[in-house]
Design a binder for this molecule. Structure first.
Ligand SMILES: [Zn+2]
Length: 618
């Protein structure tokens, strides 16, 4: 994400991705087709509608316009072109999305030499990984090589269809089986090393496989690229689990196992279950809890949470109820404190892990545990208080020091207060006593300390943009639907609109008037949709399908109303100037201002006012 936006800036900055390339690719892509691969769409008039993949809803407010090549959700205000849709739903960066789509339609997106080398390298690693995965899978099917692994999978209750879905395989017991296989396939030693699949022999002569005699889990990213592997030892070897090292294609701290398989269910339920092991994730998926992902031998990171936030509102964590589990809970509390995500902790009965529990008790029992699960805060409190000296009040307060230290970081005063109330209640003391110890819990967020919270344009509700007249909004809506005649366009004045986004949109529109005096819609949309001031407004208005009975009459009425408002404003300003001039005895100015005032009054009287015209909007 961060890499992506930096990449976009540098590429665009160097002029390597021109608007021209972007437009050419977009023109050859059918947005309804692309979106349709992620969302089930139904035709509704000019547009397609479906359930929004970016927020939870029961009736469709998500709309795709093939003619405008745009999507928009009237519920959560997510919107934009096909690139915006794909970056949002796949998590890929803008240049990646552009390049992928470009490949599909045969348009080459230029890149800098460094980028070309990097892309070549990651592409090559993906090829090596994919070849290796196929080899691991073939080993598992091999009557001789795969026998132990197949038996082990059977013992753990993993069904053959699950083995297929999760692309599970086995590495051969030989020391360099994979190395020899990949070399035969034309991969160089250094490429195999870069992919993290080889180790140099300690005596310096030659290489051997990083994974041998292990059950192999394929790790894929959201774009279904094979980015790395996790290997579980078959038998008693150490370490029990071994992962691919970080490579240019694979970052453990940013990757979650089974995310690509879970994404659809996560988006649907807005909930994600996070577990710690491959088998846990696989067992939950097999039991029908397909909104499950696993961390890869690392704790949750800020990057993980940022990724999860794009898809889910609720996170369900599974912790062991031991000391390590409590440490993990505290770490989680720290990470999640300002994430905006609701976090629950499910604790399994002693001696059970997610894998054994769900196999024995089933998904229904798990759902019950989940429903009754405490919030992460409650969980952390319960366990820290339990560990403290139960007899002394001071001891109990001290035990929650760590929890309170984290709560102080919350940027939301109301949330902080609510949590403080919970802590006080749990400790059986007054809130005042807690505040004495932690004054920061009550304090307002310090100015300039917290990161500036810039409201994304798409988050602004339309009504908030319209402190002005409904006529302004309707006029712009009709403008964006190509309903303004050249005569109407000539009457448009940015200064007649009362809010900044409207003024900006009119300015953009007037900059794209063709020789016949008509506004060129495609250019206006291209420029306005990406504009920080009026992008949200332009997207929403252009995707609305309001009905107007007599469009020409209504447009005229709107323009008249705006003209009238502008005259009134001018008049008010002139009168203020006149009064000042009179007070200061500037006779010449008084005469001039009186003339101007009369002129405005005459002009006003000469045009029909909006009050005399019936508005025909339904
Ligand atoms: Zn939505």
């Amino acid at each position: 994400m961060r890499d992506g936006s930096v990449g976009e800036e540098t590429l665009v900055g160097r002029g390597l991705i021109s608007d021209d390339i972007k437009n050419r690719i977009r023109d050859r892509i059918d947005i309804a087709n692309v979106v349709g691969q992620h969302v089930s769409l139904k035709r509704a008039g000019q547009n397609f509608v479906g359930l929004c993949p970016f927020h939870q809803e029961k009736s469709p407010s998500f709309s795709v316009s093939p003619s405008k090549q745009m999507f928009y959700c009237f519920g959560c205000k997510a919107g934009g072109d096909v690139f915006a849709f794909l970056t949002k739903i796949t998590g890929a960066s803008f240049p990646e999305v552009l390049r992928d789509l470009g490949d599909k339609v045969g348009i080459v997106v230029e890149e800098s030499p460094t980028e070309r080398i990097q892309r070549g390298q990651t592409h090559r690693i993906e090829e090596i990984n994919r070849a290796s995965m196929t080899w691991f899978q073939a080993n598992l099917r091999d009557p001789h090589i795969g026998a132990t692994a197949r038996e082990y999978l059977h013992e753990r209750g993993i069904q053959p269809s699950t083995v297929e879905t999760f692309q599970i395989g086995v590495s051969s017991p030989e020391w360099d089986g994979l190395f020899r296989f990949l070399s035969r396939k034309g991969f160089s030693h250094s490429e195999i090393m870069t992919a993290g699949l080889g180790t140099r022999r300690t005596n310096g002569n030659g290489y051997y496989d990083k994974f041998h005699g292990r059950l192999m889990f394929t790790i894929t990213d959201l774009r279904k690229r094979v980015v790395g592997f996790g290997g579980r030892v078959l038998g008693d070897g150490m370490p029990k689990y071994l992962n691919s090292p970080d490579t240019p294609l694979f970052k453990k701290g940013q990757t979650l196992f089974a995310f690509d398989l879970a994404r659809e269910a996560i988006v649907r339920t807005k909930t994600v279950i996070v577990v710690e092991g491959y088998f846990d994730a696989i067992a939950l998926h097999q039991a029908g809890l397909t909104h499950t992902v696993a961390t890869l031998g690392t704790a949750l990171t800020t990057e993980h949470i940022q990724t999860l936030r794009r898809f889910a509102d609720q996170v369900v964590l599974l912790f062991d109820p031991d000391a390590a589990g409590v440490r993990a809970a505290l770490k989680g509390l720290d990470l999640f404190v300002n994430s905006g995500l609701g976090v629950k902790v499910v604790t399994l009965p002693a001696g059970e892990d997610p894998d054994t529990f769900v196999r024995k008790e089933g998904a229904e029992a798990f759902a019950q545990l989940e429903a009754a699960a405490p919030s992460l805060l409650d969980y952390a409190l319960n366990h820290t208080i339990k560990q403290a000296d139960a007899g002394s009040l001071e001891g109990r307060i001290r035990s929650v020091d760590e929890v309170l230290r984290i709560l102080q970081k919350s940027e939301h005063p109301i949330e902080r207060q609510e949590r403080m109330r919970i802590v006080a209640e749990r400790l059986g003391i007054s809130e005042a006593r807690l505040i004495e110890r932690y004054p920061m819990l009550l304090a307002q967020p310090k100015r300039g300390v917290a990161a500036p919270r810039t409201q994304p344009a798409e988050g602004i509700p339309l009504n908030a943009l319209f402190k002005g007249l409904p006529e302004e909004r309707d006029l712009l809506l009709l403008l964006l639907h190509g309903k303004l005649s050249p005569a109407d366009v000539r009457r448009l004045r940015p200064e007649s609109f009362s809010v900044a986004p409207c003024r900006k949109l009119v300015e953009i529109a007037l900059a794209h008037v063709d020789r016949e005096g008509r506004i060129s819609l495609r250019s206006v949309l291209d420029e306005s949709v990406g504009d920080p001031d009026c992008g949200a407004l332009a997207t929403e208005l252009s995707m609305r399908e309001d009905h107007f009975d007599d469009v020409p009459a209504y447009v005229k009425a709107c323009l008249d109303r705006l003209d009238q408002k502008r005259s009134e404003q001018t008049l008010r300003e002139l009168i203020v100037s006149l009064k000042t001039a009179e007070r200061e005895g500037r006779a010449d100015d008084v005469r001039e201002l009186n003339l101007q005032i009369n002129e405005v009054r005459m002009r006003k009287a000469g045009t029909p006012t909006a009050g005399g015209v019936t508005l025909v909007k339904e």
